[in-house]
Design a protein around this ligand. Structure first.
Ligand SMILES: C[S@@+](CC[C@H](N)C(=O)[O-])C[C@H]1O[C@@H](n2cnc3c(N)ncnc32)[C@H](O)[C@@H]1O
Length: 213
């Protein structure tokens, strides 16, 4: 009852060029609402330096961040070639290609993170619920933070009032696949994370998870 439901076809729109273009358009059109909770938190954290984005999609958020602060350098990991093709066009159109660099790869694959060095901020939006082994992934990501680095994950939250809605679109599928705050807390406690914060984000089926190294 009210369990996570992770469907196989959740990623399908990310793996063809039409799907990637459609995603990019939607992300841009809804960027203000979509990234508001994340951006508010980012402003509070006030971290400068090297950023790593996980599951960067078509680069909408990386572009927003880069445009706000010229001292930030972003490495954007993305597994889908089509999302990267569209993303690279997007960062060029927005003139931030000197600050944002896409790297193709699966963050679960050994060696990828190792090859990129350490970061002041590692962040991810709307991607956690796609990760195969989230606990292991978070534990792994923490190793690539600088000493006072922060891991900021913003994702959907599985809420009972949306769980049972019989709608089959991508957002609802993703909500059914997302974690509840309690599950994240258990995950982080098992890993032994000393300092973290899980916050509700308006419109309340979203959450920010902040983890300090
Ligand atoms: C829902 S999209 C979110 C994109 C972007 N972060 C945003 O907020 O608009 C999830 C993205 O994560 C990528 N992704 C999923 N699993 C991944 C993995 N293991 N490694 C790298 N990227 C991954 C997908 O290809 C997709 O582009």
């Amino acid at each position: 009852m009210f369990k996570r439901i992770v469907e196989k076809d959740q990623n399908e729109t990310f793996f063809n060029i039409e799907g990637a273009r459609k995603y990019a358009k939607e992300a841009e059109n809804s960027a203000k609402m979509r990234f508001r909770g994340f951006m508010n938190k980012l402003t509070t954290l006030d971290v400068e330096g090297r950023y790593l984005e996980i599951g960067a999609g078509t680069g909408t958020l990386a572009t927003i961040i880069a445009k706000q602060n010229a001292n930030i350098d972003i490495t954007a990991i993305e597994v889908s070639t089509d999302m990267i093709i569209v993303g690279e066009e997007y960062i060029k159109e927005n003139g931030v290609e000197s600050q944002v660099r896409f790297v193709k790869g699966d963050i679960g694959s050994e060696g990828l993170l190792k090859s990129l060095g350490k970061f002041d901020l590692i962040y991810s939006t709307f991607s956690l619920h796609h990760w195969e082994d989230s606990k292991e992934m978070i534990e792994n990501l923490m190793q690539y933070l600088n000493d006072d680095g922060v891991l900021l994950i913003s994702d959907l939250k599985r809420v009972w009032w949306l769980h049972w809605v019989p709608v089959q679109n991508g957002l609802f599928k993703s909500i059914r696949a997302a974690y509840r705050p309690r599950e994240i807390r258990e995950m982080l406690d098992t890993i032994g994370v000393r300092k973290y914060e899980i916050e509700n984000v308006f419109p309340f089926f979203m959450q920010n998870i902040t983890i300090w190294r």
